[in-house]
Design a protein around this ligand. Structure first.
Ligand code: NAD
Ligand code: IPM
Ligand code: MN
Length: 346
C-alpha cells in the first residue's frame, strides 16, 4: 500500500473548522483503499504568530517541503487587527509557501452543481477552470515606498512577468483545455498594461500553434467580469496572471453558489515540490468559531488533492458525494453536519 505524507495546516478562523470536515472525508474515502495518509500537523497562521512571534520558521518550511502534499484551511487574522500590523501572515506564510514550493499553477475550478444557490436566474451549464499564475505578477513583492507618511509619498508595486513563468503556465492551461472542451480564454488588460500584456498575448499565440484543436479567445479583465455574470457558461479554461486570477476566482465562486464551495490547488506540476490544496476563501473572521462555515470548498480541495496524487477513483467518490449533498440541500446546517452528511454519502 502507498503511503502519502500529508502536511495539514488548519490555520486561523474557520480554517480549523473546515479542515476537520475535510479530514473526515479524506479518512473515510481512504479507509478501505490501498493509500494511507500519514499526517503531520503544523500550527501556523495569525494565532501562532500572536503566541510565539513566528510566521514560518526554517524548520517549519523544511518539514513541510519534505511532505508529499499539503492541505491548508485558511490563514490570516481579522483585517485591520493592530496586533498583526507587522506580521503579514499572507506574505510571510501563504505566499512564501507558494513561491518556495514553486506552485506556478493555481488551479481554481468553477462548476455550478445542481441545487447550488447561485445568484443567476439563467446561469446555463457553468463548468470552467481558472488557471491562475501563482509565482509572479504583482505578488512577488517587487516594489517599495519612499517618503512614507508624507504628502510626497510614492509607492510602487511592480508586476513581474517572465517569459519562463508565463510560458510554463500557459502551456499547462493549453494542455488542460485540450483534455476538456478545447477552449481557452486569455484574460489580461493588454490595452493598458502593455508590457506585461504583450508577453502574455505573444506566448498564448505561440503555444496556440502547437494546439490547433484549442479555440483561443481573449478578454480584457473588466469585460471578463461582465461575461462571468451574464454568460459564464461560455468559459472552459481561463488563463490569467496572479492578481487577475485572484479577483476573478472570488467572483466565480459567488456565481457558482458561494465562496464556501470554491476549491483550489496550488500545483507544482513538475513534482519537485509538494502541491498545496486549500479552499479559495479566507479565514472568515466574521463567522469563525460558530460552525457557520461551509466546509464544501475544503472537501472539494480533497478531491483535487486525490486527483493530483493519482487517485482519480477516490477523487470522483468525493466529488460525487459533494454533488449529491448539494442536490439534496434544504435548511441550514452546521459545518460539522455538512461534513458528516458528505462523509455518509461516500
Ligand atoms: P474571506 O474569504 O475570509 O471572507 C469573505 C466573506 O465570505 C465573509 O463574509 C465570510 O464569512 C464568507 N465566507 C468565507 N468562507 C466561507 C465559508 N466556507 N462558508 C461561508 N461563508 C464563507 O475573505 P476576507 O474577509 O477578505 O479575509 C479574511 C482573512 O483571510 C484575511 O486575513 C485574508 O488575508 C485571509 N485570506 C486567506 C486566504 C487563504 O488562507 N488562502 C484566502 C483569502 C483571504
Ligand atoms: C487567495 C487569497 C490570497 C491571494 C491572499 C490571502 C494572499 O486571497 O488565496 O485567493 O491573494 O492569493
Ligand atoms: Mn483570494
Amino acid at each position: 500500500s502507498r503511503v502519502v505524507k500529508l502536511a495539514v495546516i488548519p490555520g486561523d478562523g474557520i480554517g480549523p473548522e473546515v479542515i476537520a470536515e475535510a479530514e473526515k472525508v479524506l479518512d473515510a474515502v481512504t479507509a478501505d483503499s490501498d493509500v494511507r495518509f500519514e499526517k503531520t500537523r503544523f500550527s501556523l497562521g495569525a494565532g501562532r504568530f500572536l503566541e510565539t512571534g513566528d510566521t514560518l520558521t526554517d524548520d517549519d518550511l523544511a518539514a513541510i517541503t519534505a511532505q508529499d502534499a499539503i492541505l491548508l484551511g485558511a490563514v490570516g487574522g481579522t483585517p485591520g487587527d493592530p496586533r498583526l500590523k507587522d506580521a503579514n501572515i499572507e506574505r510571510g506564510l501563504l505566499l512564501k509557501l507558494r513561491f518556495t514550493l514553486d506552485h506556478y499553477v493555481n488551479l481554481r475550478p468553477s462548476k455550478l452543481f445542481v441545487g447550488a444557490p447561485g445568484p443567476l436566474a439563467n446561469p446555463g451549464e457553468i463548468d470552467f477552470v481558472v488557471v491562475r499564475e501563482g509565482t509572479e505578477g504583482p505578488y512577488v513583492g517587487n516594489g517599495g515606498a519612499i517618503r512614507v507618511g508624507t504628502p510626497q509619498e510614492v509607492a510602487n508595486e511592480t508586476s513581474v512577468n517572465t517569459a519562463f513563468g508565463v510560458e510554463r503556465v500557459v502551456r499547462h492551461a493549453f494542455q488542460l483545455a485540450a483534455r476538456r472542451r478545447q477552449k481557452l480564454t486569455l484574460v489580461h488588460k493588454t490595452n493598458v498594461l502593455v508590457h506585461a500584456g504583450a508577453i502574455w498575448k505573444r506566448v498564448v499565440d505561440e503555444v496556440a500553434t502547437e494546439h490547433p484543436e484549442v479555440a483561443v479567445d481573449y478578454l480584457h479583465v473588466d469585460a471578463a467580469t461582465i461575461f462571468l455574470v451574464t454568460d459564464p457558461a461560455r468559459f472552459d479554461v481561463i488563463v490569467t496572471d496572479n492578481l487577475f486570477g485572484d479577483i476573478l476566482t472570488d467572483l466565480a465562486g459567488a456565481v457558482t453558489g458561494g465562496i464556501g464551495l470554491a476549491a483550489s490547488g496550488n500545483i507544482n506540476p513538475d513534482g519537485t515540490f509538494p502541491s498545496m490544496f486549500e479552499p479559495v476563501h479566507g479565514s472568515a473572521p466574521d463567522i469563525a468559531g460558530q460552525q457557520k462555515a461551509d466546509p464544501t470548498a475544503a472537501i472539494l480541495s480533497i478531491a483535487l488533492l486525490l486527483d493530483h496524487l493519482g487517485f482519480p477513483a477516490e477523487a470522483a467518490r468525493v466529488s460525487d458525494a459533494v454533488e449529491a449533498d448539494i442536490a439534496g440541500r434544504t435548511g441550514a446546517r452546521s459545518t460539522a453536519e455538512i461534513g458528516s452528511a458528505i462523509t455518509a454519502r461516500l
